[in-house]
Structures are given as structure tokens and as C-alpha cells.
Ligand binder design. Structure first.
Ligand SMILES: [Fe+2]
Length: 472
């Protein structure tokens, strides 16, 4: 008798680019052909969750490429995702909507955004794993500026908002548990060295210069990959399928897979089964029918609570990382302060203990969805106020935080005075803030210089502000 496989059937997808109907259609087709049920779809960014025209204009992209996509139908409930779908953000997103869901939340029924960075737990019957992820793409000039952009965004900030933030790297660096799968949009730096660079260059000759200069991929992701050493790392962005196997010094291994974008005939989807014994199977599937459920991870909750004080000074966050040009590595700036955060996190973990907190299904429609019949400017005009999303409110309640300090970061209530100015930073931060302020002029000059020197990436077209009349 053949032993029945217990596990989770997973599909991983590269860049979504708003093609909800097409990709969900592909999932249904795979299910029909293979006579299986896909339990989970993991998406590596460029999802484009546009609820309406205003969201569409909050995506940084030349106007000729702007399109509504089909997400709004899932948002208002006219269409439904065929399976639980979890995604991180890339560089083509409704950045306003994702900022409202900063800590991670349901953007539509059964479609969960992991947030700027996160670790959660996924369970189906006896199979369980931890999924981590971080949104955005790496740009050194924005990474070196650790402050976060005020919300709602002005057109000139639409690119900065999705650039990798130091605070996300810091939060991930505090994680000491085992992460099984990890999602990012761009690739960890030097990942090509762990796969066939020759094959990669055959498909993408234009990567050669970046590979030679060591610029291909993200430094923060390399840092996270080396620290978390997840069993799997999935990425997208470069629009090519690429596999690698990273053998860490500890003996752990990471299977890396990057996928293409959703175009017929391209490698944009990978299906595999993750078993209860933590094995990955291909062309062998699980048929156990328990529901798939999401849980908060107590260590991650402890990290969010510990680093909340940094978030309340989001427009003054000091530098947490520095690039070491000799070692060509990112280093945590103040080791002793890092240790303090680490110890505080460990203490908080005792409070959360091993409680299994289910992620509630608390999605709510919070803004009018796109109306195909409506040709007026409705939906183009930015809302006057953006209340704290109900999901973020209940998330922050886990820490007894009202979230009011995050006005202008994840919600916008202009009638209320901003409380961030009244925040008194802890001593060590205060000193650093003063130092940072003194360096401000020099940094600005430096930033301008770096922006001039930064070659334009083929994935990162220049934003023409003239093309965005509604955001000026
Ligand atoms: Fe991308």
C-alpha cells in the first residue's frame, strides 16, 4: 500500500503585475490537470493591488504602463481567489494601500499581504512551517536614509516608499528562530554564485556588467539570507527563472528559486508539496483535506513590540546599519544597542509564550472600489483622511498600542495634531539624532551625488511627474 502523503501543495509565482484573473486561472488549470488542490499561492511582488483609480496612480510607473488590472473585483468580492494567496510587495504596487497594511493584513478575502517585513506560521493538519518575507527593492541611496516617508505620499516619494528600509532589516536581524521559507522581490546579492552563472548569462546577457561589478542583487537580502538561513528563498523582479543552492557554514542549506513574470510560455509558476516531515516533493502531491490556517509568530510579535519605539520616531530613525567597504558587508552600527534590543525581545517572548494566536479573517472594504461604468474623476482624488485600518488597529491592540503615534505613517487624520514631534527619544537615540542632524547637509549633497551616479535600472523606469496630474 502506498503511504499517503500529508502536506501542503504550494504554488510559487514571480511577478503578478495585476494579472489576477490569468494567474488564478492558471492555478485552476493546474488543479484540473493534476487532479490536486493547491492549498497556498506564494507571490514574490509586483502584485498591483489597485482598488480604484487613486490606488493605480499611487504606483510608480510611466503612465503608458498604468492599468487597472483585475484586483478590484477580488477586493469587492465579485471574484474570489481559488486558494489562500500570500504576497510581499515589489516596485510596482498600490503603495498607498500597502502602507495602510504596514504590519501585514488581508487586502481582499483570502489574499494576505505580509507587510513591510514579517514572519508568520502556516498550518494544515500536521504540517506546519514558518514563512518570512520583506517587501521592496534595494537602492543604496535610500537605504542609507533610514527615515520613513510621510503618508499619504507625494508623487516624488512614490519611488522611495518601496526601497528597502533599514528598520525592516533590523527587525529581521533580531529573529533567532527557524524560518522555513522566505519571500523577497529582488534577489540576494551574489546569489548567482550558488547556481549556474553561465546559464543565467545565456538567458540574460545584460546582467554581465552587474555581475562583474558585484552589483547584482540586494545587500540587505544577502545579510538576511546568511542570518536566517531559510530552507527556501523565493524571489522575482529580474524576470528570469534561476535556481541556486546556498550551503551555509552551519551545515544548513537554502534552496533559492527566482521566477519569471506572468507571460504565456514563460516559467512564472512552480508547484511543489511541502510535507509534514519538512521535505519538498515535486510531481507528488498531498491529498489531506484539513483547512489551511495562518498564525502570528510569537517571536515576530515580540520583535514588532520591541522595535515599536523606533517606529514612533519614523521621521527621525537613526542609522541602524553601515556599509563596510573593506568587508563589502552591511554591519549593525551599535552592537551594544543591538544586544539591548535582542534581550528586550527575549523578555517579551516570555509574555507571548507559546500561545497560538490565529490571524483573524477581519478583512473589510475601506474605500469605494473601481466602477467600470464611471468615467468621472471619482477615485482619482486623494482622500482627505485615511483612518487607521481596522486590521492594523486590532494588530496593534495585541501590544496594547492604539497606534496614534503612527498618524502620518500608516494612516492620516489631518484634524488631529501629529504627536510625533512630542516624542522624547531615548538618550542613545537623542544623541544620534543630533549627530544625524549635523550631518544632514552633507548627507543631502552625498545623496544627490549618488542619485546622479546611480545607473537607471531596466526594471525601474523614470517617473515623469508631468504624467501624474492628479498627484501634483
Ligand atoms: Fe519588479
Amino acid at each position: 500500500m502506498i503511504e499517503q502523503i500529508e502536506g501542503i501543495n504550494i504554488a510559487v509565482e514571480g511577478c503578478f503585475h495585476g494579472n489576477f484573473d490569468e494567474i488564478f486561472g492558471t492555478i485552476r488549470e493546474i488543479e484540473k490537470q493534476k487532479k490536486i488542490k493547491i492549498d497556498l499561492l506564494l507571490v514574490c511582488g509586483d502584485v498591483q493591488t489597485h482598488r480604484n483609480k487613486h490606488d493605480m496612480f499611487n504606483m510608480a510607473c510611466p503612465i503608458k504602463y498604468l492599468s487597472m488590472g483585475t484586483f478590484y473585483k477580488y477586493y469587492e468580492g465579485k471574484e474570489a481567489a481559488p486558494c489562500l494567496t500570500i504576497f510581499i510587495g515589489g516596485n510596482h504596487e498600490a503603495s498607498n494601500y500597502l502602507r495602510e497594511m504596514y504590519f501585514g493584513g488581508w487586502v481582499a478575502p483570502n489574499i494576505y499581504y505580509l507587510g513591510d517585513s514579517n514572519v508568520i506560521q502556516i498550518k494544515k493538519g500536521n504540517t506546519t512551517f514558518r514563512l518570512g518575507g520583506t517587501s521592496g527593492i534595494f537602492k543604496i541611496f535610500d537605504f542609507n536614509n533610514p527615515k520613513l516617508e510621510p503618508f499619504p505620499f507625494k508623487s516624488e516619494q512614490l519611488r522611495n516608499v518601496y526601497h528597502t528600509k533599514q528598520i525592516d532589516l533590523f527587525k529581521l536581524s533580531l529573529y533567532e528562530g527557524e524560518v522555513n521559507m522566505f519571500l523577497s522581490h529582488d534577489w540576494p546579492q551574489q546569489i548567482h554564485q550558488h547556481g549556474s552563472t553561465k546559464e543565467l548569462l545565456k538567458k540574460k546577457q545584460n546582467f554581465e556588467a552587474d555581475i562583474k561589478s558585484g552589483r547584482l542583487g540586494s545587500q540587505p537580502h544577502k545579510f538576511t539570507l546568511e542570518r536566517l538561513q531559510p530552507d527556501f528563498w523565493f524571489a522575482a523582479h529580474m524576470h528570469v527563472k534561476f535556481e541556486a543552492l546556498v550551503k551555509h557554514k552551519t551545515g544548513r542549506q537554502t534552496k533559492f528559486l527566482a521566477l519569471d513574470k506572468c507571460i504565456a510560455g514563460r516559467d512564472f509558476i512552480q508547484v511543489f508539496t511541502y510535507t509534514k516531515d519538512k521535505k519538498d516533493l515535486y510531481e507528488q502531491y498531498a491529498y489531506n483535506e484539513e483547512p489551511i490556517e495562518l498564525f502570528y509568530d510569537s517571536e515576530w510579535l515580540s520583535i514588532v513590540h520591541t522595535t515599536y519605539k523606533l517606529l514612533t520616531i519614523w521621521d527621525k530613525i537613526p542609522k541602524l546599519f553601515e556599509y563596510n567597504p573593506v568587508l563589502k558587508e552591511l554591519q549593525i552600527m551599535k552592537k551594544d544597542k543591538y544586544e539591548e534590543f535582542l534581550n528586550e525581545k527575549r523578555e517579551r517572548m516570555k509574555i507571548f509564550g507559546n500561545h497560538q494566536l490565529k490571524i483573524p479573517h477581519n478583512f473589510e472594504v475601506t474605500t469605494p472600489p473601481y466602477d467600470e461604468q464611471d468615467n468621472t474623476i471619482k477615485g482619482l482624488v486623494p482622500p482627505k483622511r485615511i483612518p487607521l485600518n481596522n486590521q492594523m488597529k486590532s494588530y496593534l491592540n495585541l501590544f496594547n498600542e492604539s497606534g496614534q503615534e503612527l498618524n502620518g505613517l500608516i494612516f492620516y487624520e489631518p484634524d488631529q495634531p501629529r504627536v510625533i514631534g512630542e516624542f522624547v527619544a531615548p538618550d542613545f537615540l537623542q544623541k544620534q539624532i543630533e549627530l544625524e542632524n549635523q550631518k544632514e547637509i552633507l548627507q543631502q549633497q552625498d545623496l544627490k551625488q549618488q542619485q546622479l551616479e546611480e545607473p537607471s535600472s531596466p526594471k525601474d523606469d523614470e517617473l515623469n511627474i508631468q504624467d501624474f496630474p492628479f498627484l501634483q
